[in-house]
Design a protein. Structure first.
Length: 422
């Protein structure tokens, strides 16, 4: 995208005719994509410099050598001692282009300023590009809101109050809520949610962020009442019943509000059986995904492989050998799905798998998992440690030696581990 926009700018610069509206549309699309790629690559200064180049190409059409054009774009003119980041937009050429181009390019330009730490530049650009301009700049308004929030003052409140109704979107309130959620200001998140509700700008993510704020707040009573009100707002928004929305978004909700409030929303009111209820939900979701041929999300797979903590064959509440075998088979089934999605390569996942298998007396299965990891040269320390213990208990000398050798080659000391296994 960047190469194309540079070529387009060079062609425009070589021409003698005025820039057509079609050319501007092409430039706008190319600039937006190229500058977005720069931001995604954490190269905000490159994005600013690219916009400067495009502005100059459209402003000045005088002939000059291709070499000089390339050197100017790359900042390679040795007559200048200044860094490219120091000379960006010292002229007003760029503002002519900003007023001609659409909201998306102006928005990504403001984001580039924000990411570069040039908050004042972002504000100047936003307000100057709006002068004598009747366009509705929704994306740019959201981007400049980020600049106000990052400056750690209350200008954002005045700006929000003065925004026209056309510029108020769910993204506007979501931007603010994310900021205050990140810094742990639960009260502000609540106030923003109420403002979004009044403006008809509630979204699912905003609802979840508000639920997180309720969970983390110091409210002593009535948390569940507030959470259910938020659930009602969001479920009405997406056209689902409250029960269906909670069930289909359970894992997301749990990530925001924790297991306790998530289980109460699911009406798993008995703490003694709630974890088993969650396990049944996870198994049901995994098998539905398998049937549809789609990948299972990580959260239900993590839930399934933690069964060793829930059902322990040697713990206070022992289960039968048949029940243990059924649990082991479920864990292995989850491993197959995790392998499809790439989750199996996550060491935290395989650590949970190995610990659960050992807790369910599935030593042979634990050995198989550890061998699979070693064959892939994955240095999952906890899983291999559990494999060493399992091999020792099963008196599988070949597997034991294989695991110990791999463990030591990975830079770990096996002395204490071997003493514990003996």
């Amino acid at each position: 995208a960047m190469n194309r926009i540079i070529e387009t700018c060079l062609l425009i610069r070589r021409g003698n005719e005025s820039t057509s509206s079609e050319s501007l549309i092409l430039v706008e699309r190319g600039l937006f994509r190229a500058m977005s790629h720069c931001l995604d690559s954490k190269q905000s200064t490159a994005a600013l410099h690219l916009f400067k180049y495009a502005a100059k190409a459209l402003k000045h059409k005088e002939q000059e050598s291709f070499t000089k054009r390339v050197l100017n774009f790359l900042g390679g003119d040795r007559r200048s001692r200044e860094k490219p980041s120091d000379i960006i937009f010292e002229t007003t050429d760029y503002m002519d282009l900003a007023k001609q181009l659409g909201d998306s390019v102006n928005s990504v330009l403001i984001d580039s300023y924000n990411t570069s730490g040039k908050m004042e530049g972002a504000r100047i650009h936003f307000f100057e590009s709006k002068e004598d301009c009747s366009r509705v700049m929704v994306q740019s308004s959201n981007s400049i809101m980020t600049s106000f929030l990052q400056s750690d003052d209350f200008e954002w409140t005045d700006f929000l109050d003065k925004l026209s109704a056309e510029c108020l979107t769910p993204s506007t309130f979501l931007t603010i809520a994310r900021h205050f959620s990140d810094i742990g200001d639960c009260q502000q998140v609540g106030e923003i949610y109420n403002k979004a509700r009044s403006a008809g700008c509630v979204s699912e993510e905003l609802g979840l962020i508000a639920m997180k704020a309720v969970n983390e707040s110091e409210i002593s009573k009535g948390k569940m009442t507030i959470l259910r009100k938020i659930v009602r707002d969001v479920s009405n928004l997406v056209g689902m019943s409250e029960t269906d929305w909670i069930s289909s978004n359970y894992w997301n909700i749990k990530g925001y509000v924790g297991f306790h409030h998530a289980r109460l929303l699911m009406k798993w009111n008995d703490p003694k059986t709630s974890q088993k209820e969650e396990l049944l939900l996870a198994v049901s979701e995994m098998r539905k995904c398998v049937k549809k041929g789609i990948l299972t999300k990580n959260a239900p797979l993590h839930c399934i492989v933690k069964q060793g903590q829930l059902f322990s064959a040697v713990g206070e509440f022992p289960i039968s050998e048949r029940q243990a075998m059924a649990a082991i088979n479920l864990i292995l089934e989850a491993c197959v799905e995790a392998d499809r999605s790439g989750l199996f390569n996550d060491y935290t996942f395989t650590a949970e798998v190995a610990k659960s298998l050992r807790g369910l007396r599935g030593n042979k299965q634990c050995i198989s998992i550890a061998k699979a990891l070693i064959s892939r040269k994955l240095k999952h320390k906890v899983a291999v440690e559990e494999g060493i213990h399992a091999a020792s208990e099963e008196r599988d000398d070949d597997a034991f030696q294989l695991f110990v050798n791999f463990y030591e080659k990975s830079g770990c000391n096996s002395s204490d581990l071997l003493r514990a296994s003996s």
